[in-house]
Design a protein around this ligand. Structure first.
Ligand code: IMP
Length: 493
């Protein structure tokens, strides 16, 4: 006979936190959001800890290099999507690892043969007024000159004037050599009253620009997630099909952590992949997704360094409708957390949990952490930002960003949903959609983290571990949820 679970499958919107005593030292600035990313033994520390408990989803419309850089600079971590060729995924990892605060790879470049019209078009397309002039028009070509808005006058210069005629030629430029530190670059900028310092290698190839306006940038990112060589940390998604080729390439590119990406990870495929990687590499590997203790135990005991929880709760996900599998995200997190705690008691290994998908309001994040998640994976949340790969469009009078599921026809990430079998029988488990455009990641994250810290202060807790140990959580009725919003008043707007 089938097994019937007694508990109802519930989600975060059905719960609230009850405040604890807020001691005087409980202020938002004193709250630590540090959290372990990978397994560790009792009495030791995790080898990788996040400075804020947020990671971005392994999705084409979310985790490209730009978002990965922005998120790591703000203390979280991205997993670069695996539904792309191995070479391009590795290149994205390399871009994040090569990122140096204050050193910008030029993304507006032309050759001397281009014209003023091309300069204006490129400026409009990229939003940059500094253009690198290289022999082949690429970001790393031989540097021949520089164009800024001070080099031409739109009113008087003919549109067909060649760049060679008005650029500042290389001979007149002050440049820095590759290997220079940010402090040294800034000294040159200030000493020569420059706005931009091109950095070149021994063959005069352009490598970076350092801009005067970025002088203070490192001070603006106190939570930066850095590795041993002060480079940003980055993760990458992998699948159970081509791991023997993909993992070596990602490791070679410098990836810090991997994550098996599947809508249903309770499988022998994942066990086999974990075993293969663990036998050859030191790189930590997360696994999932699962929604109960059995799934957790299976993956944890096969060496998973963290376990991802969630089936069917994602905003773009239609897995529950298509396959009838899944579980309310709050119930799944609570159940897996109690299995994780039991595993810790029994083995002495703490295996962090990642709650993946279905977080709609900022307060859901605190609930997920209080229920036992160590960090949270989100897609919709990050897809709204400038740094996400989706296009920014207008729909009606509103700006939106594209956001499509990995199981949609657009992404065609069939490995994530693969159960073997005939290609022709594949069906969609995700949708292609828009989300409201929200601006820069840093600005939005600051508001979200502010709310998380404020809630933790209300609960009288100064760390995620304290929150997990002491939170008081209550189930709420549908009527009290209505009471939680503005009601019985006429809103003025
Ligand atoms: P969100 O934060 O609610 O938008 O959920 C993001 C999560 O949904 C991802 O991290 C994946 O686990 C999951 N996901 C991504 N694409 C799909 C899909 O096409 N179908 C089902 N789930 C998906």
């Amino acid at each position: 006979m089938a097994v019937y679970l007694d508990d109802v499958s519930r989600t975060f919107g059905e719960y609230l936190l009850i405040p604890g005593l807020t001691r005087k030292e409980c202020t938002p600035e004193s709250v630590s959001l540090q959290t372990p990313l990978v397994r560790f033994r009792k009495g030791e520390e995790a080898s990788i800890r996040l400075n804020v408990p947020l990671v971005s989803a392994i999705m084409q419309s979310v985790s490209g290099p730009e978002l990965s850089i922005a998120l790591a600079r703000n203390g979280g971590l991205s997993f670069i999507f695996g539904s792309q060729p191995i070479a391009s995924q590795s290149e994205m990892v390399r871009r994040v690892k090569k990122f140096k605060a204050g050193f910008v790879v030029s993304d507006a470049n032309l050759t001397p043969k281009h014209t003023l019209t091309d300069v204006l078009a490129l400026g409009a397309q990229t939003g940059h007024s500094t253009i690198g002039v290289t022999d082949d028009g690429t970001a790393n070509g031989r540097l021949l000159g520089l164009v800024t808005s001070r080099d031409y006058r739109i009113e008087t210069d003919a549109p067909e004037t060649k760049v060679a005629m008005f650029m500042t030629p290389f001979e007149d430029l002050i440049v820095g050599s590759l290997g220079i530190t940010l402090r040294e670059a800034n000294n040159i900028i200030w000493g020569h009253k420059l706005n931009t310092l091109p950095i070149i290698d021994g063959e005069q190839r352009l490598q970076y620009f350092v801009f005067r306006k970025d002088y203070d940038s490192h001070r603006a990112y106190p939570y930066e997630l850095l590795g041993r060589d002060k480079e940003l940390l980055v993760g990458a998604g992998i699948n159970t099909r081509d791991f023997k080729e993909r993992v070596p390439a990602l490791v070679e590119a410098g990836v810090d952590v991997l994550c098996l990406d599947s809508s249903d990870g309770f499988s022998e495929w994942q066990a086999e992949t974990l075993e293969w990687i663990k036998g050859r590499y030191d790189v930590p590997v997360g696994a999932g997704n699962v929604v109960d203790g059995d799934g957790f135990h299976y993956l944890a005991s096969r060496g998973a360094d963290f376990v991802k929880v969630g089936i069917g709760g994602g905003s773009i996900c239609i897995t529950r409708e298509q396959k009838g599998i899944g579980r309310g995200q709050a119930t799944a997190v609570m159940d897996v957390a109690s299995a994780r705690d039991a595993y810790y008691q029994k083995t002495g290994y703490y295996v962090p949990l990642c709650s993946d998908g279905g977080l709609v309001h900022d307060y859901h994040m605190v609930l997920a952490l209080a229920m036992g998640a160590d960090f949270l994976m989100m897609g919709r949340y990050f897809a709204r930002f400038d740094e996400a790969p989706g296009k920014k469009l207008t729909v009606g009078n509103n700006f939106v960003k594209e956001y499509w599921g990995e199981g949609s026809n657009r992404a065609k990430n069939w490995q994530r949903y693969d159960a073997g079998g005939v290609e022709a029988l594949k069906f969609e488990e995700g949708v292609d959609s828009f989300v409201p455009y929200a601006g820069k990641l840093k600005d939005n994250l600051a508001v979200t983290l502010g709310k998380i810290r404020a809630t933790m202060c209300s609960c009288g807790t100064l760390s995620i571990q304290e929150l997990q140990a002491n939170a008081k959580i209550t189930l709420v009725s549908a009527t009290s949820i209505v009471e939680g919003g503005a009601h019985d008043v006429t809103l003025r707007e």
